[in-house]
Design a binder for this molecule. Structure first.
Ligand code: CMC
Length: 430
């Protein structure tokens, strides 16, 4: 029990301890017993759920999916293996994996009528908007198995369809944006290889996959696969709490991820690096000028790809991605001037008092864009790749919440508007 003393009253609240020793007080009884609610902008200090999926220690830079360290998963697992782990709770046996991979692979085709939707989008449509609306549209094309609670059904088919078809939608939105014919999925390829095939192959010639790029993409998808109660996952849970179907919740997740403070940061990082490049490049004088801009709130600019709500020491995903970016660029013999700028900028920021004091470090998005660029993926597709990676995490959270039967999310507010007043006829208003 924890004692909470307020000016006018006090209350004993239940204490809750997680399996890694995280402590919380359960304030569920607070309003009924004291009349108070809590106010916590951005939910910076509020646990919105208990969850068995992902553990994150922001002070120590620890990230584990279902107990397994992210470093081991990124090095040794495939993306679909990690997706299975997140969604079903355990690493799959050989048979479980084969069945799961077979099912996901065999659901990659989308209804031919949905293909026509792509023709309706303007060519310049941002692929995140297309991805979100097409995932929402899946609920109209596959309405038979939507809500496990209402329909008392086995949800696996919907989960496999969502994982499989979102990759096809993502790749086809890219093809549409460059005016190329769409490429159908190839069942002989694994998830990452198939995604690259659908994005880069042409019907006119053979497409050869580069193993190093396939492996780097697999790693990137794993690193993005879950991150406990981030903005988009919370959105998925909020939408799902009304018992809206999985496609609706995932579509909302894509929209939440799009913003530059969340998944959209990977696109924003490259745009920022390009601006710095155009402005004079990696010279010390130029880097110092930009660092000063990022510290000046009046400039309206932030060092994109730096800072995190929970990591206050380092983001373990960024460490792995930085190494991978170096390797892929080296292997492909690429020399990206933006990588030099990113490194200079990182060094300058990490030794600057402002960034040290505020505990601002490179996050997952700082180097991921450079890796996507090296793979030939255009900037507007970066956040789409993040969304595909995060899909298993959204699904796992939606499934956990639905199976637990969590109540609908309906927060309180503190009203700060006008007190009661009487209606005034229009002619009497001054
Ligand atoms: N550049 C300059 N100043 C910063 C930055 C930055 N990147 N990030 C935070 N600050 C400052 C901020 O101005 C504030 O200063 P003060 O206390 O003087 O008002 C202080 O640091 C705390 O920032 P905050 O915005 O209150 O912190 P938050 O926890 O609400 O925001 C964040 C976290 C990630 C939104 C923020 O660090 C940010 O905007 N970073 C840049 C965008 C970015 O890279 N986002 C990707 C996040 S990782 C991928 C994902 O999981 O989505």
């Amino acid at each position: 029990m924890a004692d909470l003393k307020l000016k006018s009253t006090s209350i004993e609240l239940d204490e809750i301890t997680g399996t890694e020793g995280e402590k919380a007080v359960d304030i569920g009884a607070l309003r009924n017993n004291t009349g108070y609610v809590t106010l916590d902008y951005g939910l910076k200090n509020t646990a919105v759920t208990k969850s068995e999926i992902t553990f994150l220690d922001g002070e120590e830079g620890v990230l584990r999916y279902r107990g397994y360290p992210i470093e081991q998963l990124a090095e040794r697992a495939s993306f679909l293996e990690v997706a299975y782990l997140l969604i079903y709770g355990e690493l799959p046996s050989t048979t479980q994996y084969e069945e799961f991979e077979h099912s996901v692979t065999n659901h990659t085709l989308i209804h031919e009528d949905m293909k026509k939707f792509f023709e309706g989008y303007p060519q310049r449509a941002h692929p995140m908007g297309v991805l979100a609306s097409m995932i929402g549209a899946l609920s109209s094309f596959y309405p038979d198995v939507l809500n496990p609670v209402q329909d008392q059904i086995d949800i696996d088919l919907t989960i496999h369809r969502l994982l499989a078809k979102s990759a096809t939608i993502a790749a086809w939105s890219f093809k549409n944006s460059i005016g190329h014919p769409v490429m159908y999925p190839q069942n002989r390829l694994d998830y990452s290889g198939n995604l690259l095939h659908m994005m880069f192959a042409m019907p006119t010639e053979e497409y050869e996959l580069n193993d190093k790029i396939v492996s780097a993409l697999n790693k990137l998808l794993i690193l993005h696969a879950d991150h406990e109660q981030n903005c988009s996952t919370s959105t998925v849970r909020v939408v799902g709490s009304s018992q809206a179907n999985l496609y609706a919740a995932a579509s909302a997740g894509v929209m939440a991820l799009w913003g530059p403070l969340h998944g959209g940061a990977n696109q924003a990082v490259i745009e920022m690096l390009q601006q710095i490049y155009d402005d004079g490049g990696a010279s010390k004088q130029n880097i110092d000028k930009w660092i000063a801009k990022f510290k000046d709130k009046e400039s309206g600019k932030r060092l994109m790809g730096f800072g995190h709500r929970v990591y206050k020491n380092f983001d373990p995903r960024a460490t792995i991605i930085k190494k991978s970016a170096d390797e892929v660029l080296g292997d492909l013999n690429l020399n990206d001037p933006l990588l030099d700028i990113a490194k200079q900028l990182e060094e300058a920021a990490l030794s600057d008092e402002y960034f040290i004091e505020k505990k601002l470090y490179p996050n997952v998005d700082y180097y991921s864009g450079l890796l996507y660029r090296a793979m030939g993926i255009p900037t507007e597709m970066f956040t789409v790749m993040f969304a595909l990676g995060r899909m298993p995490g959204w699904i796992a959270n939606w499934k956990e919440m639905t199976e637990e039967g969590q109540p609908i999310t309906r927060p309180r507010q503190i009203y700060t508007g006008k007190n009661r007043r009487e209606f005034i006829e229009m002619e009497d208003r001054s």
